[in-house]
Write a protein that binds this ligand. Sequence first.
Ligand SMILES: [Zn+2]
Length: 418
Amino acid sequence: MSSLAFTVLFISFLLISLVVRFWLASRHIRHILANRATVPAQFAGQISLEAHQKAADYSIAKTKFALFIVLLNAAVLIGFTLMGGLQWLANASFSVFGDGWRYQLALVLAFALISGLIELPFDYFRQFVLEARFGFNRMSPALFFADLFKSTVLSLALGLSLVWITLILMEKSGDLWWLYAWIVWCSFQMLMLVLVPLFIAPMFNKFKPLEDENLRTRIENLMQRIGFASSGLFVMDGSRRSAHGNAYFSGFGAAKRIVFFDTLLERLAPHEIEAVLAHELGHFKLKHIVKRICVMFAASLALLALLGYLKTQTWFFTGLGVEPMMGASNDAMALILFALVLPVFSFLFSPLTSLSSRKHEFEADAFAAQHTSSQDLVSALVKLYEDNASTLTPDPLHSAFYDSHPPASVRINKLLST
Ligand SMILES: [Zn+2]
């Protein structure tokens, strides 16, 4: 491929994705506004007009903010690539370190820090303006910066080690480097499944064993009924950061643990919590988690093989505004370019991921209905939608494109009809 052809392809995909995103967002906003005046009949009596309108306003505010971030990201992307930002960074770190791993790591580090700094004010805005305006923020600025510090140190330590190993493999292990890198990457992911619940999550939140006897017995009975062994039930202080509620389980093998946000326990009755948990356990029992991991591993193998090819093609660099260094290593640059432009080309496939995710949600709902009560799950879902101010009237096309979960009305109708 010629360099110009690749530039044209890149710009076209970027423009198409921007047009599609704006079109979907404007449909979504129009659809929510058109349904703002009255609570949908299905939810009348369960959700007040005030809550319905809060959800509408919150969803619109989030959609507008997301569009702004999309534009910003597109500008940053063009700045790094075609406008020469990465070329400048590469020249600067090359002149300091010369060729070698120091130059390559410095380039990755500089790129990561600059991207992080650009995002920072917007993350701050999201938490302290957008979320706060709707009463969801419970963070102090001190906690926000403490989190930022911890997550930066963690991602530098873990991320840079992984990048370093990858760079060594790219340089020294021959044409099949991407296969070895894939093995390292998969092992890293599996290791994180154990490290996150045991060491990383406790750096950010407190986890206490679930004390409520009544609820414990209920949950233990449920786990016994469906044959799920877990090494513990925990309550997490999610209320330190946000009023949004959730439940999840993490780890695998004997390290599986179930975690409830305290905000969820406060809000739902024990039989509703049981139904929500049955849904989550459904994901496990129906092998959704294993399937998701397998798909992720297969996709990453294909992508690494693609990168193995691209890094040997001059047009991949020059088409994105970077001159490959003569007689020096271009591996770090190839990694950065790949990470930057992949989302542009993969965006149009996102409805496929959403589709498979929504299929899993229906299956987990059916599982919960079978092992607990569909009525309990419905009343829990209504409360969760209300508390999270999720709109009950999303634009169907917007939802099909982006949402990992089916719209509330569709989920509830399906639950009530079985
Ligand atoms: Zn689910």
